[in-house]
Design a protein around this ligand. Structure first.
Ligand code: PMP
Length: 410
């Protein structure tokens, strides 16, 4: 296990003078804190002896029912018995990898992919094979080629890990027309699909897409989360799995945590019961759309020629590609000196690719700070490109070591 590049960044990026476009923290400012705090008080007064007690390893039944209603918004028809509540969907990722992967097994993932998932795959010594995306998400022909390549090399592919909606970090969404094809390819090759969908309800126009799970329930393990649609600090997520897998998942969950936190599950459940949670999601969508607009217009206004970026219509992230010769990891300490932080692209690949890419998050800062951050970043890029023009490729400069302290100790 190694520390993710993003984790190391949090320390520097959280200094107030730095505009952080690096982290993916949800913007919770719009939550109704007063009514939530009253509700938590009531919960403990009325049901404290249950809320503060151990519970079932699978999660409390009423919440599992409510989770089924939420998944129905994306076309999933599920039974609460097949839902396992987890400590965030990160725990779901860890458990699914633990169940399926032996060292050396292959997991296919989009390139780039979610850094936390790559961390779980590495922890269980699975080998990641990345598959290209375009503006419509995962490219089916590339998936077919990767599966053929793994088979020819005699590798066991355990599952395809995919984030179909408002991808982290790429910001793109898998086109509806591609979904059945991707599922059919996985079926042909006897490969399970792990669908990670924390952002699916955060489309800026309220649009949703059919979940992969809704199209092939028997071959898809679905991961969901309340982190982006309610409160990430409660750490409540879930896995919906085909029946046979679900039983093993409950055992894995039990060995990891005995049970998910009862109080937090009950807070989520009561919130869903008593608050206008759909209205709250709409408010989140509006906040994120305003920030996305601020970022895209600042990129258009300031970024040097030769840079390109994706245009997310939901979620938290824009994926930027910079001109040849610029190395975003090497550039990061200089960006932090200029008081802006981003996540360099290499953290989102298991194979060292991504040095010409970076992830910019617009979820957390105010629109004004986002604009200022992009303006600073564009300035850093201009000087970096000048260096490249004068001295050639600057990617070979080490970014840490005695002469170049790493950004979080500098
Ligand atoms: N999957 C993806 C794609 C994510 O972006 C995140 C959070 N950044 C997670 C899973 C983990 O979320 P949770 O808070 O539910 O553990």
């Amino acid at each position: 296990m190694t520390a993710s590049e993003i984790r190391a960044l949090f320390a520097v990026a959280s200094r107030p003078e730095v505009v952080s476009l690096a982290g993916g923290m949800p913007n919770l400012a719009a939550l109704p804190l007063d009514s939530l705090s009253a509700q938590v008080g009531e919960l403990i007064a009325e049901e404290g002896l249950v809320a503060l007690q151990y519970g079932s390893a699978q999660g409390i039944p009423v919440l599992r029912e409510q989770i089924c209603d939420i998944m129905a918004l994306e076309g999933i028809s599920a039974h609460p018995d097949d839902v396992v509540v987890t400590v965030g969907s990160q725990m779901g990722l860890d458990m699914v990898t633990r169940l399926f992967c032996d060292p050396g097994d292959v997991v296919i993932a989009e390139g780039p992919s979610y850094v936390g998932a790559l961390g779980s795959f590495a922890a269980y010594q699975a080998q990641v094979l990345h598959v290209t995306m375009d503006d419509d998400g995962l490219v089916p022909e590339a998936l077919r080629a990767a599966l053929d390549q793994a088979e020819r090399a005699g590798k066991r592919v355990k599952f395809l890990y995919t984030i179909p909606n408002f991808h982290n970090p790429a910001g793109v969404t898998l086109a509806t027309g591609r979904r059945a094809e991707i599922l059919a390819i996985c079926r042909e090759h006897g490969v399970l699909v792990v669908e990670d969908n924390p952002y699916g309800l955060l489309g800026f126009d309220g649009q949703t897409y059919p979940a992969l799970r809704s199209l092939d329930p028997e071959n898809v393990v679905y991961l969901g989360s309340f982190s982006k649609t309610f409160a990430s600090g409660l750490r409540v997520g879930w896995v919906l799995a085909p029946h046979a897998v679900r039983e093993k998942l409950v055992l894995a969950a039990e060995s990891a945590t005995l049970c998910p936190p009862s109080l937090n599950q009950m807070i989520v459940s009561r919130y869903l019961e008593t608050h206008d949670w759909k209205g709250q999601i709409k408010t989140f969508q509006e906040n994120y759309r305003e920030r996305r607009d601020a970022m895209i217009s600042a990129l258009e206004q300031h970024m040097p020629a030769g840079c390109t970026w994706t245009h997310p219509d939901g979620g938290f992230y824009v994926w930027v590609t910079v001109p040849e010769g610029v190395d975003t990891k090497a550039m990061l300490p200089r960006a932090v000196t200029a008081r802006v932080a981003y996540a360099s692209g290499t953290g989102f690949y298991a194979d060292g690719f991504g040095s010409r890419q970076m992830r910019l998050s617009y979820c957390y800062p105010t629109p004004e700070r986002i604009k200022e951050g992009v303006r600073r970043l564009a300035g850093v890029l201009e000087s970096e490109m000048d260096l490249v023009r004068t001295f050639g490729n600057v990617s070979m400069k080490p970014i840490s070591g005695p002469e170049n302290p790493s950004p979080d100790t500098a």
